[in-house]
Design a protein around this ligand. Structure first.
Ligand SMILES: [Zn+2]
Length: 258
């Protein structure tokens, strides 16, 4: 099982080495901004190396929203990040499930479908788009499994669609980790990536604050059980830099080898 970390984008391969990581995830542009990614001088090294690469799309992207001044730029930014992610050999582009205001969740799912239809007009996304479950929001598309099922009804037919399961988001979002992988797979048929994070906040708090494994409010053995059951690559998005994340990676490797 390949395990790595979310790292600073300046020198991802150095960060991987510092953590003993099999893979890295990073941003290609400001996660809080609308700037399109720039070409990277290390694209060849990233694409051709032993370390697998995943790219996380900016947090500002919300393709589900009814606000077209957010939704339309979100679609375009997601596609530009997908192209840039493919250029660095990424195995997937992770994007949050998003949310809608005003309780019209059905339109949010349809907006997700339109996102893939929009991309299909120009040949489709050039790599898997891994929709990630989120911790918060009352009208979130991928917080709880009932919503996720409706989302998958809308987008599951597209070849580029995948799923990223974040353990912190599931816990804080109100989904029990025990047996979660089976419940998710019953909906999506797949888990492409695990974000293995502890949570600083209680169950169903709706808050999104990651912690190192065993330091937060989740039983770390439950996180191990999710990772084991999913059988997918793992990213820790935890604090503490190379030391903290390296310890989390070692913890997972140790437990998974038993
Ligand atoms: Zn995550």
């Amino acid at each position: 099982m390949r395990i790595g970390a979310h790292v600073d984008p300046a020198a991802p391969l150095d960060e991987a080495a510092a953590r003993g990581a099999d893979l890295v995830q990073f941003f290609l542009a400001d996660p809080q901004g609308w700037t399109a990614p720039k070409p990277r001088s290390d694209a060849g090294a990233l694409a051709g190396g032993q370390v697998d690469v995943y790219v996380h799309a900016p947090y500002v992207i919300n393709v589900a929203t009814l606000n077209n001044r957010i939704r339309i730029p979100s679609r375009k930014l997601l596609l530009s990040h997908a192209k840039a992610a493919a250029a660095v050999g990424a195995k997937g582009l992770i994007v949050h499930g998003g949310h809608v205001g005003g309780g019209e969740l059905a339109k949010g799912f349809d907006n997700w479908r339109k996102t893939f239809a929009y991309a299909a007009e120009s040949g489709g996304f050039p790599l898997p788009v891994l929709i990630e479950n989120t911790a918060g929001g009352d009208n979130a598309c991928a917080r709880r499994l009932d919503a996720l099922a409706r989302l998958w009804d809308a987008v599951g037919e597209y070849d580029e669609v995948g799923f990223c399961l974040d353990t912190c988001h599931a816990h804080a979002g109100g989904e029990e980790l025990l047996g979660l992988v089976d419940r998710v797979k019953a909906v999506t048929g797949r888990i492409d990536l695990i974000h293995a994070n502890d949570s600083r906040d209680p169950f169903d708090s709706g808050r999104d604050r990651h912690d190192n494994l065993g330091r937060g409010q989740i039983d770390p053995e439950l996180i191990v059980a999710v990772v084991r059951a999913a059988g997918a690559p793992v990213v820790v998005e935890t604090p503490g830099g190379a030391e903290g994340q390296g310890a989390d990676i070692s913890f997972l490797r140790d437990r998974l080898s038993r």
